[in-house]
Design a protein around this ligand. Structure first.
Ligand code: KG4
Ligand code: ZN
Length: 340
């Protein structure tokens, strides 16, 4: 069974072909980052218009790369939500129209379920049950996953998501948008012990997060700095390193608590922030210190992509799921709602 996956929830158009027997056949991505960087954030109308331009050529590209005709596709999976309504509609329309013209099923899937399953695209894949630390631009959540579609939220950010805090801090440091990866790169030349920043909610027993105060603390320290230019550059790197370490300390500390609370030993870390190297180094050490097996998506599948949507759709379609022909998206949609 060959599934075409379509991701268009925000500023990346992702297409992929996934085979239930052979795994991932091909994938292609167009990132709109340059388009939105000019405005310092995603402009929803521009995002929708650009998805419309890319969807058909990228579909042709993944078919050509996998050497598969459109008629060889068994079904289509698309991101139904959460995300930007207009952007979601472009992918949903494409999926529905293609499926209708080919006489095959289409199914809308949950974007976060895609992120959560992304490590299962790899040969060394995790098994259920597991705990997922989902850290993206829009979400920071700890979820117990007993099986596909069985999601129990243990905790989440009560304000900014981790990626959002990275992006806002990076923007303030003049590192562009979205600046999470740039801030992390800069952090490598900084000393994380120089600037002391808070570890919000780390000492609380619950599994919720809060990154807004940490972001404000970093901004305040940056504005208060009064050294000369070379000192300023070094302080910027030190602040980036200190901020990154503070976020990672909280993410790791809460993940350990979640593992203890759930009694499970498999941790999946996914979403854009799971590309962060400091986070990966710290998480990898959990095997030795806490006997926790940690899995991530490959780097290019940490951020939004079509492969994770094709995989999530393939699993649900194999379970016999179907939907009617109505085109509907869910810009707001909690992962727990899938548990029914
Ligand atoms: O999962 P994703 O593509 O989008 C959402 O579904 O929200 O995540 C994008 C987020 C952005 O906030 C970006 O700055 C962050 O992931 N990100 C990183 C790194 N790479 C991407 N944050 C920290 N370190 C990185 N290396
Ligand atoms: Zn995402």
């Amino acid at each position: 069974m060959i599934t075409l996956g379509i991701e268009s929830s925000c500023d990346e158009t992702g297409l992929a072909l996934y085979c239930s027997q052979r795994g991932l056949l091909s994938h292609a991505l167009f990132s709109q980052i340059d388009l939105h960087a000019l405005y310092g954030g995603v402009v929803p109308e521009l995002a929708s218009r650009d998805h419309i331009k890319r969807l058909v050529p990228l579909t042709r590209q993944v078919c050509a790369e996998a050497n598969i005709e459109l008629s060889g596709i068994s079904n289509v999976a698309y991101t139904r939500g959460p995300g930007l309504a207009g952007a979601l509609l472009t992918g949903a329309m494409m999926a529905r129209s293609l499926a209708w013209s080919l006489g095959i099923p289409a199914l809308g899937v949950h974007h976060l379920e895609g992120h959560l399953l992304a490590p299962m695209l790899e040969e060394h894949a995790p098994d259920f049950p597991l705990v997922c630390l989902l850290v993206s631009g829009g979400h920071t959540q700890l979820i117990v996953v007993r099986a596909l579609g069985h999601y129990q939220l243990l905790g989440e950010s009560i304000d900014d998501a981790a990626g959002e805090a990275f992006d806002k801090t990076a923007k303030m440091l003049g590192l562009g948008y979205p600046g999470g990866a740039a801030l992390s790169a800069l952090a490598r030349s900084g000393d994380a012990s120089t600037v002391s920043l808070p570890r919000p909610m780390l000492d609380r027993p619950n599994l919720d997060f809060s990154f807004s105060g940490l972001k404000t603390a970093a901004i305040t320290r940056w504005k208060a700095f009064s050294g000369n230019e070379p000192e300023r550059e070094q302080f910027k790197a030190d602040l980036a390193a200190s901020f990154e370490l503070a976020v990672v300390d909280v993410l790791i500390g809460k993940s350990i608590k979640a593992m203890k609370q759930s009694g499970l030993s498999t941790l999946v870390i996914s979403g854009g922030v799971s590309a962060n190297q400091t986070l990966r180094v710290r998480a990898d050490a959990l095997k030795a210190s806490h006997d926790i097996d940690v899995f991530y998506p490959r780097l290019e599948f940490c951020t939004d992509n079509g492969a994770m949507i094709a995989l999530a759709g393939s699993k649900r379609l194999q379970n016999g799921e179907s939907e009617d022909l109505e085109v509907s998206v869910q810009p707001r949609w909690s992962l727990e709602a899938l548990s029914g």
